[in-house]
Design a protein around this ligand. Structure first.
Ligand SMILES: [Zn+2]
Length: 341
């Protein structure tokens, strides 16, 4: 959780700094130079009415996505009430209003996809508007939230372990617990008759994963996630970010990117760095083992990031921003979990 909170506060701080610096070219000089937004990403970015602050997009009959451009939540009309999936605090104040634009059915149930505050930290606000709200989560997420006692993330009213089929009115949603992102648990949610999947914080449409491969705490499960989702019969995914639903092609591209990162760092780890190590030993002394390790690891990450940038910079958004962090996460997995092959 601390990583996600850190990411949110860093993002918020970055936005504040960017706005503060916008009119000051001298301050802007200290900011990194990133490549411009790719035209294909610009073209499919959601058009958010700034007065309104959010957009409701219909994905399938009865299935909708709400976004403010950066985060996503989904809702489904069932004939018996609306089931909501996640409540990002960045637009939570608009959610009940957004649902009301689409249907007269009240919100009756909220599902937490995982415990991260940036995706469900608006739940407390929804509960104030809908006091009889039922909240569903898997047990690992619920246990964490019981400990946290966070009014923004109310404790779920009902929970399950491993697997659950939520049936309300016309909705059947199959939910399986995974661990591709959050250590407590992530939900892989499938609405089979709509061919819709809700799978938050694994990949995005048009962009690389967020920092450190979407902050995964379990790279092994993260790699398996792509095969697991790829085997499912779907045509739309709500991925949680960028305000754009994803499809099978987006998944295939993301899998190809992540596989490239992993294979690249694995190959680099097998290369001889004795010359660099000798120089590091000369400079820092043989007893300064952390300095020596740091020089070698940083060199491996830099080489990996440069190779990845060369292959992906024109294909996905964010390669120059996050590739080094992706290589770092893959290095930790390849070196410590997988080990030499
Ligand atoms: Zn998350």
């Amino acid at each position: 959780m601390s990583q996600a909170c850190g990411a949110v506060s860093l993002l918020t701080a970055a936005v504040v700094v960017m706005f503060a610096a916008a009119g000051n070219p001298q301050t802007n000089q200290n900011l990194p130079d990133y490549v411009a937004l790719l035209p294909q990403v610009k073209a499919k970015a959601p058009r958010i009415d700034p007065q309104k602050g959010y957009l409701v997009q219909q994905l399938k009959p009865d299935v909708y996505m709400i976004t403010e451009g950066a985060y996503e939540s989904a809702f489904v009309t069932t004939g018996k009430g609306v089931v909501l999936f996640d409540a990002p605090p960045s637009f939570a104040k608009h959610i009940v209003e957004a649902v009301g634009e689409t249907t007269r059915e009240p919100v009756i149930e909220l599902v937490y996809t995982h415990m991260h505050v940036d995706h469900i930290g608006g739940a407390g606000m929804i509960l104030k508007q809908v006091p009889k709200l039922q909240i569903l989560a898997e047990e690992g997420t619920a246990e964490f939230l019981r400990e946290m006692q966070d009014p923004h993330r109310p404790v779920p009213t009902h929970t399950f372990k491993d697997h659950y089929t939520l049936k309300i009115g016309s909705l059947t949603a199959d939910m399986k617990v995974g661990h591709w992102h959050s250590p407590e648990g992530d939900l892989l949610i499938y609405i089979p008759d709509k061919k819709v999947v809700i799978a938050i914080d694994a990949f995005s449409s048009g962009a690389t994963p967020f920092m450190n491969l979407d902050l995964t705490m379990n790279m092994h499960e993260y790699l398996r996630f792509f095969d697991q989702l790829g085997a499912m019969d779907f045509d739309v995914v709500v991925p949680g970010h960028h305000g754009t639903p994803a499809n099978k092609e987006d998944l295939a591209i993301a899998k190809s990117y992540v596989t490239d990162v992993y294979n690249t760092i694995t190959r680099i780890l097998g290369e001889d760095r004795q010359a660099l190590k000798t120089r590091a030993v000369q400079k820092y002394g043989p007893e300064n083992t952390w300095a020596i390790a740091s020089v070698i690891i940083n060199d491996e990450i830099n080489q990996c990031a440069n190779e990845i940038k060369g292959r992906w910079i024109n294909r996905l958004e964010g390669v120059d921003i996050w590739a080094a962090s992706h290589c770092h996460t893959a290095l930790v997995y390849a070196e410590w979990d997988v080990g030499p092959r």
